[in-house]
Design a protein around this ligand. Structure first.
Ligand code: DX5
Ligand code: ZN
Length: 216
């Protein structure tokens, strides 16, 4: 079963509670944390995650686009994350970061930018619960899916299968009803979507369009 993970980066923050209600039928809420250093944008941090946690029982899928994420893993775990995903480029010790997430009792994820060789994540593949393939350069919602990402998803799927890993393979950036099917066919089982869910006529309609695209 494919899981949908709407990214609240594209929601109306003045109506965070209602927006979270509107995506209740989804599987995960994707929470994009940006520090203005690792990526050229600042989004939000701990207080928004805590607020979301208070009003929603969705799995909180926290994507940390911050330098040296080790500094904040415990704080995000305590604020209500179910899964914590770190960028391989953001830490000198990816293996330690992954271990720390697991020691906190949370699901550990690793991700990488479109320009980073896939080999960078290979050493920790057996130690993670989630592999997130970025299909845009992180920092902003509403960008176009980078087509070369499909080959990268296929490669990661093959590597996970080879080691018998049941990790989720998640894809983030530019996912729409128009390409969701191709992304799943390449091997992904979790789709992040921000603007495609919240961007037009409400999150329920956005989610429905993606689900229909996956069924047809
Ligand atoms: C990009 C973020 C994404 C973003 C996706 O830096 O990591 O999660 O919210 O937004 P869309 O789906 O609009 O590309
Ligand atoms: Zn993200």
């Amino acid at each position: 079963m494919v899981k949908l993970a709407p990214s609240i980066l594209s929601c109306d923050f003045a109506r965070l509670g209602e927006e979270l209600k509107a995506i209740e039928s989804a599987d995960w809420a994707h929470v994009d944390v940006m520090d203005g250093m690792f990526v050229p944008n600042i989004s939000f941090g701990l207080p928004i995650l805590s607020a979301a946690r208070r009003v929603s029982s969705l799995y909180m899928d926290v994507h940390l686009m911050i330098e040296q994420p080790e500094r904040y893993l415990k704080a995000f775990a305590e604020a209500g994350a179910d899964g914590l995903t770190v960028q391989v480029e953001s830490t000198k010790h990816i293996h330690r970061a992954v271990q720390q997430i697991r020691e906190l009792g949370k699901r550990a994820g690793v991700t990488l930018n479109p320009g980073t060789p896939l080999e960078m994540i290979r050493p920790v593949l057996a130690d993670v619960d989630v592999v997130l393939v970025m299909s845009v350069n992180p920092g902003f919602g509403g960008q176009k899916f980078i087509p070369e990402s499909l080959e990268r998803i296929k490669t990661v799927r093959r590597w996970l299968d080879e080691i018998g890993s049941a990790a989720d393979l998640e894809v983030d950036g530019g996912v729409t009803a128009g390409n969701a099917r191709a992304v799943v066919e390449a091997g992904a089982n979790v789709l992040v979507a921000g603007s495609a869910v919240f961007g037009r006529d409400g999150a329920e309609a956005g989610l429905r369009r993606i689900r229909e695209a996956l069924q047809n």
